[in-house]
Ligand binder design. Sequence first.
Ligand code: ADP
Ligand code: ADP
Length: 234
Amino acid sequence: MIELKHIWQTYKSPDGKTTLDAVKDVSITINDGEIFGVLGRSGAGKSTLVRCINLLNRPTKGNVIVDGQDLTKLSASELRRVRHKIGMIFQHFNLLSSRTVYDNVALPLELAGVSRDKIREKVTPLLELVGLTEHAKKYPAQLSGGQKQRVGIARALANDPTVLLSDEATSALDPETTTSTLALLRKINKELGVTIVMITHQMEVVKQICERIVVMDHGEVIEEGSVLDVFRNP
Ligand code: ADP
Ligand code: ADP
């Protein structure tokens, strides 16, 4: 379970003269195994909030509790271990252009010091899972957007995370590719039991895949509930 408790994030302007409360006293609970959506327009504070889950953002105030452990109280080395449990995918994929598909997926394992044989045992089924086995030797520039995102998804799963954070992962994709990418995420949720947190400004995305959502605006949660409840016509 992930609990964000009374999260505040205050940013200073570059000149230090003004401040912005990007997230204002937000508390949410995300259950194991669910697909949870954070919906809102650009600038609402979605990324800032969700990046607290792996402390990519350290909140100005509040607590981040993952599986009963308060991440804001961990040492740097303990935090590194916990971060392995949390994978992340991005709008612009963040792949390394000089590495093949295979080597992009292998990267987190290389960084963790995993042996070449173990890396191959891990990467081969991941490429299978995301349907890229035949493209393993290609470079990112040779792939479509949907294929690039599949590389990003496989890479995010390399360390066997229990949670996957998706930051506008379908926003650069056409509607058809979005639907197939969401189908892949649903399969990962069902088959691997990975909890998924989807940040998106696209209502269609949360309608297609999320069970529960919050809607954010100006740093606050303005709606919360099941997708059916939030979009029920009055
Ligand atoms: P969203 O993900 O909903 O688009 P963000 O969390 O990215 O929103 O941003 C919320 C607000 O915080 C925006 O006004 C944005 O400009 C500001 N912001 C985000 N990151 C930073 C930062 N590192 N420094 C200063 N301001 C930031
Ligand atoms: P070896 O043990 O023969 O040296 P490795 O498994 O260490 O082979 O892989 C060496 C390189 O070969 C990797 O870094 C990767 O670039 C490439 N490679 C390995 N397996 C595959 C695969 N299934 N598909 C594409 N490239 C692969």
